[in-house]
Design a protein around this ligand. Sequence first.
Ligand code: HPA
Length: 273
Amino acid sequence: MSNTLADKIKESAEFLRDKGIDKVDVAVILGSGLNDYADRIENALVLSYNEIPNMQAGLVSDHRGQLVYGEYRAKKVVLLAGRFHYYECGDMDKTAFPARLMVALGAKRFIITNAAGCVNEDFNAGDLMLIRDHINYSGANPLIGPNIDEFGPRFPDMTYTYNMELRDELKKRANEEGIELREGVYMMFSGPTFETPAEIVFARTVGADAVGMSTVPEAIIANHAGCEVIGISFLSNMAAGVLDQPLSGAEVTEAAQKVQNTFAKVVDIAIEI
Ligand code: HPA
């Protein structure tokens, strides 16, 4: 059996190559309430995370735990329907493993999506926001530990993590379809608690437009390996304390239902451009 993280990645990548995943242009990570996008690829190869060596299976309930692979919009695409969040395990190696695997399979572009709380009071619940930059406030980093030099450098630059040309093109194309995309800074908290109102005031003060419990680990892994990154936040709710009412996970999933079509159009464009 394999031991190091690098060994595990190699073993799992070989397993997937043997299943026929020999080329990956785009990896799409689907966030909370957004897993239904995984049904879009016809004649797809569908693997349950349970089948894939070293992949974590236990996922929050509205995440499917499926890897879907096929040709879509003239690209070879992997859709990852379900994440293993940092708050589920406290282990960044496990959280970032699917992203590592996509790098090992040669993915060039990552489209990373999430549901997030809206901190910017000029934006609205229900809006989609392209991530311009992030603040890693999780207290952890997926690159802690021995660096895997074949993936990328020990001290990766993070200045251009979220590709600006792709962001501009995506905004323009979405606009032509009548979809207005916001743009802003995503701040990751570890969760699983939602933030306190005081933490949201803090987040706004340090420049965050949205808060969430994911995305940053995968963006770091993708950027480390020199991949293009597009981050899309679905602002499912106004963050804690913005409105005088409590937050709930069910509210996030419900709100996502309303935005499925628009979300799908935006991800379609992000794959195509
Ligand atoms: N905070 C953190 N994560 C979230 C939120 C939120 O308000 N909404 C959806 N995911």
